[in-house]
Write a protein that binds this ligand. Structure first.
Ligand SMILES: [Zn+2]
Ligand SMILES: [Zn+2]
Ligand SMILES: [Zn+2]
Length: 321
């Protein structure tokens, strides 16, 4: 209840200020303030008479965002079971360089990964696991076909020293895995005795994102990229040049630094697309005096979130602090 009084004061002040400054107010009169900020949750001020607020001025935080969409190509040997499928081997020609393999480009600026067989790299070889036998020793019974009886632990006797009823006194039981054969199908070649080796192309697209936030006030910079604002610049290309038209000169300098960093930091990737944009996020700084203590808070973004660096009353009981 009482926090609404404080914010209502701010809102009233904002409305009068917006008329005086000539700048359009980002806060439409009569709409509900967003009190979803964690900084306000569960707290309130004690009474209207305790609070005095002054809206100092309208400000803009500037959020510059650079995205570089990189593509990386790697290859690695792989095998699969050979069951008579067609093979694209060296007899069809030399294998292409990984960067020359044709692959589709996914939606730009979204991480993605694909794998595909590199042409003319396939070979059929005898399976090295089973030496072409198609089966291997059972790992449960080590090829014996039987294992120690689980009821009598191999003794052949039960607790009364009578013959074990599970194994008939033999102390062993047939292996459940190989049904007593001692052999199981080779999992490397899936029982075919041969495998197909080839080189796999692994293509990874990664979107690298960096922000530079220009804000000379105490509103934490990490809040600004998450707040709603207005886009005032947007450019996209294979590669972009540093921004030169930002209202704040330091943003232009940051743009050049970040683009230089992106163009030299991803050595094993090729940048195939780049874009950058600049958003202005409006915010209002207000100071208040509450119980003779001075503080400040901010209302920021078009969705009007509220940030207190140090909320004046931490307890919701109202009388203990
Ligand atoms: Zn095998
Ligand atoms: Zn077995
Ligand atoms: Zn037994």
């Amino acid at each position: 209840m009482a926090i609404l009084i404080l914010l209502a004061k701010l809102k009233n002040s904002c409305e009068s200020l917006s008329g005086m400054s000539g700048a359009p107010s980002p806060y439409s009169p009569g709409s509900t303030l967003n009190l979803g900020s964690k900084h306000l949750s569960g707290t309130r001020l004690s009474s209207e008479s305790d609070v005095k607020t002054v809206v100092e001025n309208w400000l803009n935080g500037q959020d510059y965002k650079l995205e570089s969409f990189g593509e990386k190509r790697e290859s690695a040997p792989r095998f699969t079971g050979y069951y008579g499928q067609s093979i694209d081997g060296p007899e069809n020609g030399p294998s292409p360089d990984p960067w020359d393999v044709q692959v589709g480009v996914p939606t730009k600026f979204i991480d993605h990964k694909i794998t595909t067989e590199i042409p003319h790299t396939a070979l059929v070889k005898t399976c090295s696991t089973c030496d072409g036998d198609k089966e291997v020793d059972c790992s449960s019974c080590y090829g014996r076909g039987s294992s120690s009886c689980s009821s009598c632990s191999g003794s052949g006797r039960d607790s009364e020293n009578d013959s074990c009823s599970s194994c008939g006194g033999s102390g062993s039981e047939r292996c459940w895995r190989c049904s007593g054969d001692g052999k199981v199908e080779c999992s490397t070649c899936n029982g075919n005795g041969k495998v197909k080796w080839y080189r796999l192309l692994i293509v990874t697209w990664k979107n690298h994102v960096d922000h530079f936030v220009s804000n000379k006030e105490n509103l934490p910079k990490d809040l600004i990229p998450e707040a709603s604002g207005r886009e005032i610049f947007n450019q996209q290309g294979d590669q972009v040049d540093a921004m030169s038209t930002a209202p704040d000169r330091i943003v232009n300098q940051a743009s050049a630094v970040l683009i230089g960093k992106h163009n030299s930091s991803f050595g094993n990737e090729m940048i195939i697309a780049q874009r950058h944009c600049l958003r202005a996020v409006p915010f209002t700084k207000a100071t208040y005096i509450w119980r003779d203590k001075k503080g400040e808070f901010y209302v920021y973004g078009f969705d009007r979130k509220v940030y207190f660096e140090d909320y004046p009353q931490q307890c919701c009981c109202c009388v203990c602090c």
